[in-house]
Design a protein around this ligand. Structure first.
Ligand SMILES: C[S@@+](CC[C@H](N)C(=O)[O-])C[C@H]1O[C@@H](n2cnc3c(N)ncnc32)[C@H](O)[C@@H]1O
Length: 918
């Protein structure tokens, strides 16, 4: 036999109201039903006398006792005894018995009850049909007691089950009360067939026909219309036919009150359950939804075939809530449910969407037109919405850019940005679509306008400031986006280049710094010249050809670079094509196309940055390379105006220099500068920069060497002690380059390993370590460098320090001014001036506040026992002699006219074993 709590849990009865009841000390969760009913109808607050029929265990009594005014009379009765409840009188009786009636009369004396409550339920669970009937009988019995004890205008609250007799009961209620309302409080479980009927404003008829309260008559299976005569005669002679109809079709008539529906019979005979559910599919497919809504308690989505109908796109939470309890549907809920059914039926093809009525066929055309207009309007509205969204986005983007710019300016003002950063910021801004960049583009646009093309660019110039011209703004935004997309690839290259330049700049600075002691930067001129002696005697043309040949033969990296560049170029071209097509699709093709064509056609136009970026890149790069090689010939060495780096004509360096130049030149040509620029660079002549920025931007031939060296150092391992040792040997002429090459000829190299087994090769690779001697100095140098690196603060710390320093300087500056003011003041004495200045300076942080050290004589209780009692802050333990000496010193100072500024101006003698303590 299952335990009690298991039984409850199995039914899912331990819900939140169960726990709430426990929490709030109610004896049953049913208490919340009364709370909710009273909240809705408010019958307890004004009641002075209440009878609770079937009250055990007493939840409702508790609620009544809480909500009713003090000194009210609350009487509860139940079959089972109820534990005493404050302010409540209870007794155990069957409400069907005369004894119960008598006892109630005895308790109430001549009082009349303002409310009669009935929450009784027979002990259900054996035969459901009898249970339902017993319930109805119990309700009728409670009504009987209510009629007897209720005061006129009183309220009767009862629990009824949705059974066959439900409507009959309602009909009776309606005869005796002015207002009858059936409701299901939220605390009543959905699975329960119970409904609460609140009958208000008791009519208190002088005489009531006993048949009204006789179950044999009330629950007789009658046609209510046929019974009209019977009832007419019994209720105060009033015509109650309409009441009967309403009572019998209470639910159906909510939707169509005029239409007579078939009689609601409640549960069929033989039904064993009071709660009935129907699947969503069945409901939707049924031809008589209204009667189903009246018959069933719930539309369910549990079966597989019903689940699709729970699709949230068509079945929202509101519909689901309606489906979960069909007994308390309002008019709106009813409509919504039927609309929902209709939608599904149309979706399933069961119903065809309603066409225009046939009688309006002639007007059909007009109607169609009206519909089209509506659609147009909808589209317009949608477009407007999209437009405004886009505008919003673009505004937001502009605001974001402005904010970023402001931040940058602020950073610059706070000296948190290096000049190089600032330059980059400006470039960034331009290439991200800032005004500078678009000025260039707009420049191009002006040209197009002049050429007679219809271009939107001139409008776009103004559209920045004219947000009201939404179309222009939109076009401008689109164009910007297109251009930005085009420029993305180029910007990446730009960033790459800037970072390279940055590295070059740093390298150049480092070299300047270490001009005389740069032991790691390689090979001496003499040595190089020795090595290159033969080659330097070759003629320029031969050298040029030779290098070109070498380059073409071996310079695979460059070829790869070129190939990569070509690929990138192809990708960009592809992207542009796609963008063009997209633009054409959107109907803005001509402008965009023209723009692009213009970009491609005007290759020679240096004014148009975008065009020149696209033009003859490969050709220029090649010419630049050739020119660079040509002018690198030692014959040009020493010629006025040529770059100092020409002196560094080490073969390897030259090769790499060439490589570097190629990269630069290709970059340059990509960034829009002309071949002339590259030639200038290659020849080593500095083209006069147009402005400071250009100078920074384009003059970096000096840096090539440094970067190559830096690269080499990083690649070839001056980060290891071995490499440093070798390098220092080279620099100190302990070894020559040829020695190093000779060392390279070992048994490990130049041996045909093709026949060796793999395991041997693996083993060899794993265990063989070249034995390169490492000097102590090299290790020390490496360690020192690492320490220096470690000691470098991270950027944020450096910035914070810089900010702090700046603040301190500002404060000091203002303090200095104040101090000057004070010293110029003739109204105060010198001593005051000194004191004031001291104060000002201290405030500015120039002077540290001297921390006072208390001198404590070590003796008695203080001796050797830690901090002396009552002494706070810093203190110094001295013996009594030390203290005496200190006083004597003070006296002497005073006598000598000196002023001791503090007790620490002369340190007392501190005996051994006593240190300063904090
Ligand atoms: C659901 S409980 C009432 C709960 C109560 N309202 C509360 O808040 O605690 C139903 C009660 O009806 C009582 N009952 C059923 N038939 C009855 C009868 N003929 N006379 C008196 N009480 C009856 C049962 O004993 C049971 O305690």
């Amino acid at each position: 036999m299952p335990k009690k709590h298991e039984k409850k849990t199995a039914k899912g009865r331990l819900d939140k109201f169960y726990h709430l009841a426990k929490q709030q000390g109610f004896r049953s969760r049913a208490a919340f039903k009364l709370v909710q009913l009273n909240k809705k109808f408010g019958f307890l607050e004004s009641a002075r006398c209440v009878i609770d029929l079937c009250a055990a265990p007493g939840g409702w009594l508790q609620v009544a006792s809480k909500q009713m005014p003090p000194n009210s009379l609350i009487v509860g009765v139940d079959l089972v005894p109820i534990k005493p409840i404050p302010r409540c009188i209870t007794f155990a009786e069957d409400i069907n018995s005369y004894k119960c009636r008598d006892q109630l009369r005895a308790e109430l004396k001549d009082w009349k009850a303002d409310a009669v409550l009935h929450d009784g339920a027979p002990n259900v669970g054996t035969a459901w049909v009898q249970d339902a009937y017993a319930q109805s009988e119990l309700v009728l019995q409670s009504l009987k007691l209510a009629v007897e004890f209720l005061a006129p205008g009183g309220t009767f609250v009862t629990k009824v089950f949705r059974s066959k007799d439900y409507n009959n009961l309602l009909w009776v209620f309606n005869q005796l009360f002015k207002k009858v309302e059936a409701t299901k409080p939220p605390s009543s479980r959905n699975v329960s067939a119970e409904i609460f009927v609140v009958c208000q404003e008791f009519k208190a008829p002088k005489r009531i026909d006993p048949k009204f309260l006789d179950p044999r008559h009330v629950f007789k299976d009658l046609d209510p219309v046929a019974d009209t005569a019977l009832i007419q005669s019994t209720v105060d002679g009033k015509n109650s036919a309409q009441s009967i109809k309403i009572a019998s079709n209470a639910v159906a008539n909510v939707f169509e009150p005029e239409k007579k529906r078939r009689k609601r019979e409640g549960y069929d005979e033989g039904e064993t359950i009071l709660f009935k559910a129907i699947g969503a599919k069945d409901f939707i497919e049924s031809q008589d939804p209204i009667s189903l809504l009246g018959t069933f308690n719930e539309i369910q989505f549990k079966r597989d075939e019903d689940k699709p109908f729970a699709d949230p796109t068509k079945t929202d939470d509101n519909i689901k809530a309606c489906c979960s309890d069909l007994k308390v549907l309002g008019k709106k809920d009813f409509r919504n449910l039927l609309k929902w059914r209709k939608i599904w039926r149309e979706d399933m093809g069961i119903e065809v969407p309603a066409n225009h009525p046939s009688k309006e066929e002639e007007e059909g055309k007009e109607k169609v037109e009206v519909t089209e207009m509506d659609e147009d309007e909808a589209i317009d509205q949608e477009l407007e919405r999209l437009q405004s969204e886009k505008d919003k986005r673009s505004r937001k983007e502009r605001r974001r850019r402005n904010e970023a710019r402001q931040k940058k300016v602020l950073k610059m003002q706070l000296s948190m940005t290096t000049p190089m950063d600032i330059g980059m910021d400006v470039q960034d801004e331009a290439l991200h679509g800032g005004e500078e960049f678009f000025d260039l583009v707009n420049g191009g646009a002006h040209k197009r306008v002049a050429a007679g093309e219809e271009a939107g660019s001139s409008e776009s110039e103004q559209s920045e400031g004219e947000e009201s011209e939404e179309d222009d703004l939109e076009a401008e935004e689109r164009r910007k986006r297109q251009l930005e997309a085009e420029m993305d690839g180029m910007y990446e290259e730009y960033q790459h280049k800037v970072s390279e330049r940055d590295a070059k700049h740093r390298a150049r600075e480092a070299r300047k710094k270490n001009e005389h002691n740069d032991e790691w930067y390689g090979f001496t001129k003499d040595k190089d010249e020795e090595d290159e002696g033969e080659e330097s005697e070759e003629g320029g043309y031969e050298l040029f050809n030779k290098r070109k040949e070498v380059e073409e033969t071996y310079d695979t990296d460059d070829e790869e670079d070129d190939a990569e560049e070509r690929e990138e170029e192809e990708e960009r071209e592809e992207a542009r094509r796609a963008a063009r097509e997209a633009a054409l699709d959107r109907g803005q093709g001509p402008n965009f196309e023209d723009h692009d064509v213009q970009m491609e056609d005007d290759e020679g136009d240096v004014e148009n940055l975008v065009q020149s970026l696209e033009s003859g890149k490969d050709k220029d790069a090649r010419q630049s390379r050739e020119a660079a090689i040509w002018f690198d010939n030692p014959l040009f060495k020493g010629m006025q105006g040529l770059d100092a780096d020409d002196e560094d004509d080490d073969e390897e360096e030259e090769d790499e220099e060439d490589d570097e130049e190629e990269e630069e030149e290709s970059d340059v040509s990509e960034e829009g500068e002309d071949v002339e620029m590259s030639e200038d660079e290659a020849s080593g002549t500095d083209s006069p920069p147009t402005d400071a920025e250009n100078e920074d931007q384009w003059r970096f031939e000096d840096e090539d060497q440094d970067v190559i060296k830096q690269k080499k150092i990083q690649e070839k391992g001056l980060t290891t002690a071995e490499a440093i040792s070798l390098a220092s040997q080279l620099v100190n002429r302990e070894k020559s380059k040829s020695d190093l090459i000779d060392d390279g000829f070992t048994k490990q190299n130049f041996v045909d390993k093709s026949d060796l087994p793999q395991w041997f090769l693996d083993d060899e690779q794993h265990h063989y370590k070249p034995n390169i001697p490492v000097t102590k100095e090299a290790v020390q140098a490496l360690a020192a460098r690492q320490r220096a690196l470690d000691a470098r603060p991270i950027k944020k710390v450096a910035e914070a320090k810089a900010r702090k320093k700046m603040r301190a300087m500002k404060q000091l500056e203002s303090a200095r001014k104040k101090a000057e003011g004070i010293s110029d003041n003739v109204d105060i004495s010198e001593r005051e001036k000194a004191a004031n200045i001291d104060k000002v300076l201290r405030k500015a942080g120039a002077k540290q506040k001297e921390r006072k050290i208390q001198v404590v004589v070590a003796g008695g209780s203080n001796k050797g026992k830690g901090r002396p009692k009552g002494v706070k802050g810093r203190y110094r333990m001295v013996d009594s002699r030390g203290k005496k000496e200190l006083r004597a010193q003070k006296r002497r100072d005073k006598a000598a006219g000196k002023k001791t500024t503090s007790s620490t101006s002369r340190k007392p003698r501190i005996p051994n074993g006593y240190g300063g303590r904090n």
